[in-house]
Structures are given as structure tokens and as C-alpha cells.
Design a protein around this ligand. Structure first.
Ligand code: CU
Length: 112
């Protein structure tokens, strides 16, 4: 009986831990676009953006939420995002990556 209770406690603990895992949103970066270029989340939701470059080094700047990071060539960078307010927040590559770099933009849409 004691063993059964222990197993149940472990299962409950594992379930609770799983519920706190942030949602991972995979985003690829390449000349000259982010995909998806439109990312949705809910206000207060903790998500992880997993940014992967398919070619060279890129930047990821989302100034209204204070986010700025770089994605190495062929590599992946994870960045935590929790938006405390709803709105439409533009992001852009801020590492010059060639003609067309200026078009490398996207938008994070936070639903209320
Ligand atoms: Cu760029």
C-alpha cells in the first residue's frame, strides 16, 4: 500500500512539473525572412522562442518587450518571452545579412 501511494505521488509530481513547461515556438531565420513571421501568444503566457538560422548569423530584436539576441550561423538560440500586456509588437533582424535585410521583420501578437 505504501508503495502504491509513493507511485501516485511521483505521477502527480511529474504531471505538475509538465504543466509548467513553457510552450516552445520554433522560428527559422534565413535571408531574408523569419518563419513564421507572425507569432501568437496569450498575455501572461510563458513561451520559449527557439530561433534557428538556416544560413548565416542573424539578429532578433523585439524592443517593446526588451528582447535582443543573436542566432549564430546554422545554430539555435532560445529566448524566454512573457508578455505582460496585449498588443502587436514588431520584431526584426538587426544583424546586417545582405540586400533585403530590411525586409526581415515579423510581428508578435499578444492576445488579451
Ligand atoms: Cu538581417
Amino acid at each position: 500500500m505504501k508503495a502504491a501511494v509513493t507511485v501516485l505521488a511521483l505521477v502527480l509530481a511529474a504531471t505538475a512539473a509538465g504543466a509548467e513547461e513553457p510552450r516552445v515556438i520554433k522560428v527559422t531565420a534565413k535571408k531574408f525572412e523569419f518563419s513564421p513571421a507572425e507569432i501568437h501568444l496569450k498575455r501572461g503566457e510563458h513561451v520559449v522562442l527557439e530561433l534557428t538560422s538556416l544560413d548565416r548569423k542573424h539578429g532578433f530584436k523585439l524592443p517593446e518587450l526588451g528582447i535582443r539576441t543573436e542566432v549564430p550561423a546554422g545554430g539555435t538560440t532560445r529566448v524566454d518571452v512573457t508578455a505582460d500586456r496585449a498588443g502587436r509588437f514588431p520584431f526584426a533582424c538587426d544583424v546586417f545579412c545582405g540586400d533585403g535585410h530590411e525586409d526581415m521583420t515579423g510581428i508578435l501578437i499578444v492576445d488579451p
